[in-house]
Design a protein around this ligand. Structure first.
Ligand code: R2B
Ligand code: URA
Length: 291
């Protein structure tokens, strides 16, 4: 991790959006952390913490209620062993802010050897629904492998490439015979679930027709892009800037070549979501610094 050196000059230790004052006691909860696993929803972040407790400590989830470290209702932060299970909300701005504050907390706690992994859902592009994609490179919807970060009067371009070794390691650590495919691929992060992901079923009428979109999807596939979601460019750019190895594990809920509407039942969707968590747990089981 390589953060802003000005942080050391500043005595302020308040994380505004997490509503956390970094007292010695709070910093203790961030000491020794090696993995930060992030998911959109509070519920999924908590479920993942329960799964970790069951897998690694044999604790029956019926009798274990993970404690949220952050008082805010915007994000939740749970800790099991050396893993933080955190919710990031929806979209690049939401995850960006979380990334700043979690990274500051870890830095001040001395936990500078960390990996960040987003565990999520996505819309597949030419893959069977239920397939899990581990992202190597994140793209913008206009197919740029970088985003523009604000720097006062002029933006700076920051690459949105994840840690390829980490992505491959997670892929290699999956057991044979899983009932779903796990693929390495690239992803697009859009700022909007509808127009931003080329959907025709949003409230704003799209400017492009089906023929244009079909051609766009072909171009996208040629770049190795396999899914749409909404946070990977911010995450990849942030982690590039602070030198934290990171990637994303995201199950596909739909094949966008077949349509726009997600029509799986709630039960099927929950089972699909579980797959991303399963892939993450297979990885953590092969790491020797989880506890
Ligand atoms: C995937 O799913 C959410 C939208 O449904 C969004 O947070 C994302 O990236
Ligand atoms: N999440 C997205 O961002 N897009 C989809 O199509 C499905 C889940």
């Amino acid at each position: 991790m390589k953060v802003n050196s000005r942080l050391d000059l500043n005595q302020e230790r308040y994380l505004y959006l997490l509503e956390l004052e970094l007292t010695p006691q709070v910093l203790d909860s961030f000491k020794g952390v090696r993995f930060v696993m992030m998911q959109g929803s509070n519920t999924r972040a908590k479920e993942f913490a329960k799964k970790l407790a069951r897998q690694f400590l044999g604790i029956n989830p019926k009798y274990f209620e993970p404690k949220d470290i952050a008082p805010t209702s915007r994000y939740q932060v749970f800790r099991v062993g050396n893993v933080l299970s955190v919710s990031h909300g929806m979209g690049n701005p939401s995850i960006f802010t979380l990334l700043h504050e979690i990274t500051k907390a870890l830095y001040f706690a001395g936990s500078t050897e960390v990996e960040y992994i987003r565990i999520g859902t996505s819309g597949g592009i030419g893959v069977k629904p239920g397939t899990v994609i581990i992202t190597e490179k994140a793209y913008t919807p206009n197919l740029k492998p970088y985003i523009e970060l604000p720097s006062l009067e002029k933006n700076i371009q920051v690459p949105t490439i994840f840690d390829l070794n980490l992505a491959k390691k997670i892929h290699d650590m999956q057991p044979r015979g899983l009932p779903f495919e796990v693929l390495l691929g690239n992803s697009i992060a859009a700022d909007d679930f509808y127009l931003g992901q080329g959907r025709f079923d949003g409230a704003i009428a799209p400017q492009k027709d089906l023929a244009f979109r079909t051609n766009y999807f072909k171009e996208v596939r040629d770049l190795g892009i396999r899914n749409f979601e909404m946070e990977s460019t911010a995450m990849a750019a942030f982690c590039h800037e602070v030198a934290i190895p990171s990637t994303m594990i995201a199950v596909t809920l739909i094949n966008r070549l077949d349509g726009d509407q997600i029509s799986s039942t709630p039960l099927e969707l929950a089972e699909f979501s579980d797959r991303s968590q399963t892939v993450a747990i297979h990885y953590l089981k092969n790491c020797n610094n989880v506890f």
